[in-house]
Each structure stands twice: as C-alpha cells, then as structure tokens.
Write a protein of this length. Structure first.
Length: 193
C-alpha cells in the first residue's frame, strides 16, 4: 500500500470537497481525508461535510431494550418529514443524502453525558450525541449524530472522481481494513503534530 500523490503543502492536504452519488441519485458532499493505492486501484477516504445522523427506535413495549437503528428506506421515508420538522426547531436541516442521512447547521453543544449504542464496557461501542426525539404514530424515535468521524471509502474512477463501492468490493477489501485503519490513523496523527 502506498499513498497516492496528491498536491500538498508542508505535509497537509488541501481541504478538497467532492460529491458522491448513490444508485438512487442521492448525492453527498465530502472532504477527501486520505488517498491511497491498493491492488493497482486508487482509493480515497471521505468525510461528509454535513454531520451524519442515525435515527433509532425502541420496541414499543420495552424501553429498557437497546435502541434499533432504522435502516429500512420505507420507514425512513415515512418518518422523514416529522424528523425534519423536529430538527428545524434547532436550526438544523435534515437531508436524505447518499450513504447516510445528514444534517446541516450548527450542532448543539456536547453535554457531559454521552449516549452509547452499546454498553460502554464492550469494545467497539459507538458514542452518539442526541439531537432530538419525537413520536410518529405512538412510536418513539431519536436522532443521533456519531461523535467519532464517519468515514466513507470510495474508489477513484479513470477521471479521478470518487465512486461508492459495491457490497462485493467492500467484501473484498474487508480483510485489509485493519491494516488500512492503522495506516490512516498514523497519517492523521502525523498531520496533527
């Protein structure tokens, strides 16, 4: 694995934004955080410009249960307008974008108390910030944004434009992701110094 040669000044990559589009025609504007070559293909690690969000719900009869991430596109379409209206009260704009839902606007200050998707004692838990909660037809929903960066891996086509990876491509790259993550963390750490 070698890092692709992108124009840089003093080891810092310029904040270049690109747009990726999914198979449904939805787009997402991202910054290029890192680029690399792997198996004669050029890849980029993208970070959405707007904050990614996830919507969760709970089983109707048991609020002690872990929240469930809403991934069904039909259910997201059904609750989207309500979620959008609730976030507009905080001057946030909810968008149906490629890969993930996003919000634009200034996020509220982070409170000391953090929510986690899984028990904090387990490895790999995701810390989330609650943005809003609402009801739709007596079902409770909550909108969260992850506190960790939300990276998207894309392949550069022959024109140098990022293309979202298919499930098959992601499956092929999955065994290499741990070493790739280490390389990216090392790169990001060196940028901070």
């Amino acid at each position: 694995m070698t890092q692709s040669e992108f124009p840089q000044e003093n080891g810092i990559f310029p904040a270049k934004s690109v747009t990726v589009t999914d198979e449904f025609g939805r787009s997402l504007v991202c910054y290029i955080e890192h680029s690399f070559e792997l198996n004669d293909e050029n890849y980029v690690l993208l970070l959405p410009v707007d904050a990614p969000v996830e919507i969760f719900s709970w089983a109707e009869d048991d609020e002690d249960e872990e929240p469930i991430a809403i991934e069904d596109p039909d259910e997201i379409d059904e609750i989207f307008e309500t979620a959008k209206a609730v976030l507009e009260e905080q001057n946030l704009t909810l968008k149906q974008t490629a890969v993930t839902l996003t919000v634009s606007g200034e996020l509220p200050e982070l409170e000391d108390e953090l929510e986690s998707e899984e028990d904090e004692e387990e490895e790999g838990y995701e810390e989330l910030q609650l943005l809003a909660s609402f009801y739709n037809e007596e079902q409770e929903y909550a909108i969260y944004t992850p506190l960790d960066p939300f990276f998207i891996l894309a392949r550069l086509d022959e024109n140098g434009e990022p293309q979202l990876l298919s499930d098959e491509e992601l499956e092929k790259l999955e065994p290499m992701l741990p070493s790739l993550e280490g390389m990216i963390e090392e790169h990001l750490f060196s940028e901070m110094n």
